[in-house]
Design a protein. Structure first.
Length: 279
């Protein structure tokens, strides 16, 4: 098969196929018993100057990563597209969902399969001019985004509005008109120049004001969990710190809830004593 045919069949770039040739040491039209020169197909094309030039198309054997079957190689190619072992196994082996669910997980534990997947991942990243660190960092930003980076919370004094505008009262002693005001909670969006807009999935204006929605945190956390092999040592350390902070916040919330429950229980007991009821 030609380079371009192999690339098209497995859904990879032409450069990926060429890298396979170098990595696995393939030889064109290799034969164990007979050594012959690669067959060449020559076509005479005439260029704009009227001169003829020879175009040579050389066919090579289909890529064969050592130790992998055709279906295993197909599984690897499908997996780097969807990152779903069950779906990749279903398509590669044409089996039912439940069989693929267990077999796909086992396939990912195969050392040679894992190595080939890593090679395909790296080739894909190189083709798109992205580093593994860049992609992993983006998912970290999504997973641990803080809403206060995008909005400001606070309280402020505002006029009380009536049917015809601000409510005005008159001081009976002095005759002075006083505008009635109240304290309310306010939320302000930060300037677009201050935030990372790539982490915002939705901004909408409603009757009750403007709201924003950040990218799905749970999906990002799941992606990170599935791709920890892409993380640098520094990123692993940062994730450990961020996780510990989340745990501490959750524990603090739990303690606050327990304290609140205890206070309510004491208040109920006191109320019963005042009413003359037994505890």
């Amino acid at each position: 098969m030609k380079y371009k045919d192999i690339a098209q069949k497995y859904g990879v770039a032409l450069n990926t196929v060429k890298s396979w040739k170098v990595r696995y040491g393939w030889e064109k039209n290799k034969s164990k018993s007979v050594h012959t020169k690669p067959e060449k197909v020559c076509a005479q094309n005439e260029n704009k100057n009227g001169l003829q030039e020879t175009v040579t198309n050389e066919e090579i054997q289909e890529p064969q990563p050592p130790g992998l079957t055709d279906k295993q190689r197909l599984f690897c190619c499908l997996y780097v597209k969807c990152f779903n072992a069950t779906k990749a196994y279903q398509k590669a082996y044409e089996v039912d969902y439940f069989t693929a669910q267990s077999a796909g997980a086992r396939m990912l534990r195969n050392v040679k399969v894992k190595k080939e997947i890593q090679n395909l991942k790296q080739n894909r990243l190189n083709r798109e001019m992205l580093s593994e660190e860049d992609i992993f960092q983006k998912y970290m930003d999504i997973a641990f985004a803080d809403i206060t980076d995008y909005v400001e919370f606070g309280r402020e004094i505002v006029p009380v509005m009536g049917t015809f505008g601000p409510v005005i009262l008159k001081d009976e002693e002095t005759g002075t008109k006083i505008e009635v005001k109240k304290e309310v909670n306010v939320i302000r969006l930060r300037e677009s120049t201050e935030v990372d807009g790539t982490l915002i999935s939705e901004v909408k204006q409603g009757k009750e004001g403007t709201s924003i929605k950040l990218a799905d945190r749970m999906k990002a956390l799941q992606w990170i969990s599935d791709h920890m092999d892409l993380a640098t040592d520094e990123q692993r350390a940062r994730i450990a710190v961020l996780k510990s902070q989340v745990v501490q916040k959750d524990e603090a919330k739990g303690q606050a809830q327990d304290w609140k429950t205890a206070i309510i229980e004491i208040a109920k007991r006191r109320s019963k004593k005042k009413d003359g009821r037994p505890n």
